[in-house]
Design a protein around this ligand. Structure first.
Ligand code: XMP
Length: 329
């Protein structure tokens, strides 16, 4: 008689046994559902001997690092270090417009920074009385990831590699611990609820590892990041207000290449173009555009045009996947 509650308790016992009385674990968190549930589970099992690290890569959504810090530390009691590496990422991304190059830069730099931070944490942690070595690396792998990495040799292998920081544990000589590897997404959400994680977090849309860098066509600049962040915030806020968030699988704003002419006050402005995309999907391999009513669309386009400085045009992108992808790059 399988229940989530029993599975959770069994998993906590298994972690305790595996890690031992003194063993310590390190893991990356993003603020997404999987890493948050995995982190909270580790915290329940071994308390502060689990060390969570979040890397702010400068291409997160507005105030995301601050909010994750607040939720995980104050809300869930998880022992978390946030590393602000945004300057380092942005200087490496400067002038780069090739999507795969952007992904590589972000993936590799993430690994470098995580490794540096992990070494510091391990050194400090091992000096605390009654605590042992940092021997394990937490990975929030789900059952579909396990299947997919075995059976699917397409572009999504690279996606998973970035997402799950593949190669890092071996490089750092750490053993893997994967408490979610038998679960599907809906089961992870259920476990999140059982662990006391707030509903708005458990139901969050996915966000890609390379972040806003793959939602800005062409090169990434601080101004473009600000524009996508502000537009995205308005779009999501209106979606939540209209009660549509849970019907939609993923929704976001992206910044198009090139400029277009608009009028601001008495002047013509050569400004930016924002595209809004909202999709419905079960597996993210295929997806359909979500259909908003026209009042909603006009309201959101109007708000973004008026409130986000530099934007002169707002478009809706409604191509299904395939032939499109969900992200723009
Ligand atoms: P696409 O754009 O391939 O997206 O239709 C499918 C799902 O994967 C996410 N995605 C990524 N996630 N690193 C990630 O961690 C990536 O490079 C990446 N590219 C796409 C996307 O947000 C969607 O949920």
């Amino acid at each position: 008689n399988w229940t989530m509650e029993a599975f959770k308790d069994k998993e906590i016992m298994r972690i305790r046994k595996l890690v031992g009385e003194k063993g310590q674990v390190i893991g990356a968190v993003s603020g997404g559902v999987d890493s948050t549930v995995a982190a909270k589970l580790m915290h329940e099992a071994i308390g502060d001997r689990f060390h969570a690290v979040m890397v702010d890569n400068g291409v997160l959504r507005k105030d995301e690092a601050k909010q994750v810090k607040k939720t995980l530390t104050e809300g869930l009691g998880v022992n978390l270090t946030v590393v602000d590496a945004s300057k380092r990422f942005l200087s490496l991304l400067k002038g780069v417009s090739d999507p795969e190059k952007k992904r590589k830069i972000i993936g590799n730099t993430f690994i470098e920074i995580f490794e540096e931070e992990a070494k510091k944490i391990a050194k400090e942690a091992e000096n605390t009385p009654k605590a042992g070595k940092v021997e394990y690396f937490l990975q929030g792998t789900l059952y579909p990831d396990v299947i997919e990495s075995i059976s699917f040799k397409g572009p999504s292998v690279t996606i998973k590699t970035h997402h799950n920081v593949g190669g890092l544990p071996e490089k750092m000589n750490l053993k893997l611990i994967e408490p979610l590897r038998e679960l599907f997404k809906d089961e992870v959400r259920k476990m999140g609820v059982d662990l006391g994680i707030p509903a708005h977090l458990v139901g969050r849309h996915p966000f890609p590892g390379p972040g806003l860098a793959i939602r800005i066509i062409g090169d990434v600049t601080p101004e473009k990041i600000r524009i996508v962040q502000e537009a995205d915030l308005i779009f999501i806020e209106e979606i939540r207000k209209a009660g549509l968030y849970d019907e939609i699988s993923q929704a976001f704003a992206a910044l198009m290449a090139g400029r277009s002419v608009g009028v601001v006050g008495d002047n013509r402005l050569h400004g930016y173009i924002i595209a809004l995309r909202a999709v419905v999907t079960t597996d993210f391999m295929t997806a359909d555009a979500y259909e908003f009513d026209s009042a909603f669309r006009k309201r959101v386009a109007g708000r973004i045009g008026n409130e986000v400085q530099g934007v002169v045009r707002v478009l809706y992108e409604e191509t299904s996947k395939p032939p499109s992808t969900i992200e723009f790059e």
